[in-house]
Design a protein around this ligand. Structure first.
Ligand SMILES: Nc1ncnc2c1ncn2[C@@H]1O[C@H](COP(=O)(O)OP(=O)(O)OP(=O)(O)O)[C@@H](O)[C@H]1O
Length: 371
């Protein structure tokens, strides 16, 4: 594989600011022999949006990203960038740049040379290439470090060089393949915020691969959740968290208590759901009367020691962990073992204490259709 970050040629208009472009997959499939890595996937990334491809190892997200770049060719289907069919175009003809997980910096070149390399190879004069590189290094906050070798930089700084090198040819689309995986936990948060800020300030179209759901929730305009080579659900972070389409998404995005209940009545857009002694009303999302699964977020469950709740299930606290900003509980109840998170400065409820369990109905409880 070509380890050069940029896969974009420098055309005559490369010095001009380009418009962010859309990316569209129409029933795209990728097969490696008998393995189907991506199976008839369709989506649209709107211009100027940051969209993450999120899913467990082996679900097909890297293959999808590499097909946008033209580093893998689709076995079937159509890929459009900015409305142009690029399905059969090589990487060099797609106007796309990629930041690789490993950064792929040239160790024997300075920071400046690394960033100026792409424009130089593509025919820019040395002066223009240096000017373009300096501008991008300034954008990523590395002015002053131009002469250093990559080995003289921290992991976070190396990552920024990789971003500057991908930006320098002003591609229509920028791709990130697990960009934070070589950084320690503390840096990760800062760098992901930097990437998001840069993307928004420059109005870039970005496709971003991660298997970390928290990272995806934090940086994305929209998330494409993949499972077994297919799309499980596409939506904003909030839509995925609050209205997971199936048990896989409910479990993969954030923590969820998966409970069994029954729709006992349908009234307009609302479903009346019975879970033991709890009766709740939720938007029905196409469910029929009968058994359903519910995904209940840990912070949508309330525990009350007074036991005086009319619409509540009784339970017993089994474990309480005080974590500073939150207290986490394991609670035993007739509706199952519950994982509960409470925020705010409170004394933890002691293990063994009987509690009344109720749900926040406005948010954090979702019906899973078809479950
Ligand atoms: N070059 C290849 N030859 C054969 N099979 C491949 C090849 N590349 C990927 N695959 C297979 O395709 C499937 C999807 O791989 P892909 O790398 O896209 O997954 P991923 O979601 O990015 O996983 P990870 O998070 O582990 O990188 C996997 O089953 C993988 O083994």
């Amino acid at each position: 594989m070509n380890q050069m970050t940029s896969v974009t040629p420098l055309g005559p208009s490369a010095m001009l600011k380009k418009q962010a472009a859309s990316v569209e997959f129409r029933n795209v499939t990728k097969r490696y022999g008998s393995v189907t890595a991506v199976d008839s996937v369709s989506f649209v990334i709107e211009p100027g949006q940051l969209v993450t491809l999120l899913g467990p190892s082996g679900c097909g997200k890297t293959t999808t990203l590499r097909m946008i770049a033209g580093l893998e060719m689709a076995s079937a289907g159509q890929i459009l960038i900015g409305g142009r069919d690029v399905t059969n175009l090589s990487a060099a003809d797609r106007d796309v740049s990629m930041v690789f997980q490993s950064y792929a910096l040239f160790p024997h070149m300075s920071v400046l040379e690394n960033v100026a390399y792409g424009p130089t190879v593509q025919g820019a004069s040395k002066k223009d290439a240096v000017a373009m590189a300096m501008e991008k290094l300034s954008l990523v906050g590395l002015t002053g470090l131009e002469k250093r070798a990559p080995s003289e930089l921290s992991g976070g700084q190396q990552q920024r060089v990789a971003v500057a090198r991908a930006l320098v040819l002003e591609p229509q689309v920028l791709l990130f393949d697990e960009p934070l995986s070589n950084l320690d936990a503390k840096l990760r948060r800062r760098v992901r915020e930097d990437i998001r800020e840069l993307q928004q300030n420059l109005n870039l179209t970005v496709a971003y691969v991660t298997h970390d759901q928290e990272e995806a929730l934090a940086v994305s305009d929209r998330i494409i959740v993949m499972s077994n080579a297919r799309i499980a659900q596409t939506g904003t972070p909030r839509e995925l968290y609050e209205e997971p389409a199936d048990l896989f998404v409910a479990d993969f995005i954030g923590d969820a208590n998966i409970l069994t209940g029954a729709v006992v009545d349908l009234a307009g857009p609302q479903a009346h759901v019975q879970i033991d002694r709890l009766r709740i009303e939720l938007p029905h999302r196409g469910v029929m009367k009968g058994p359903v699964k519910l995904a209940v977020r840990p912070d949508a469950i309330f525990l009350d020691e007074t036991m005086a709740q009319p619409n509540a299930v009784s339970g017993t606290v089994r474990k309480a962990s005080y974590l500073g900003t939150q207290i986490e509980y394991e609670v035993e109840s007739p509706i199952g073992e519950l994982f509960v998170v409470q925020y705010g400065r409170k004394e933890p409820i002691a293990p063994g204490t009987p509690v009344a369990i109720s749900f926040a109905l406005q948010r954090g409880v979702a019906i899973i259709p078809g479950a």
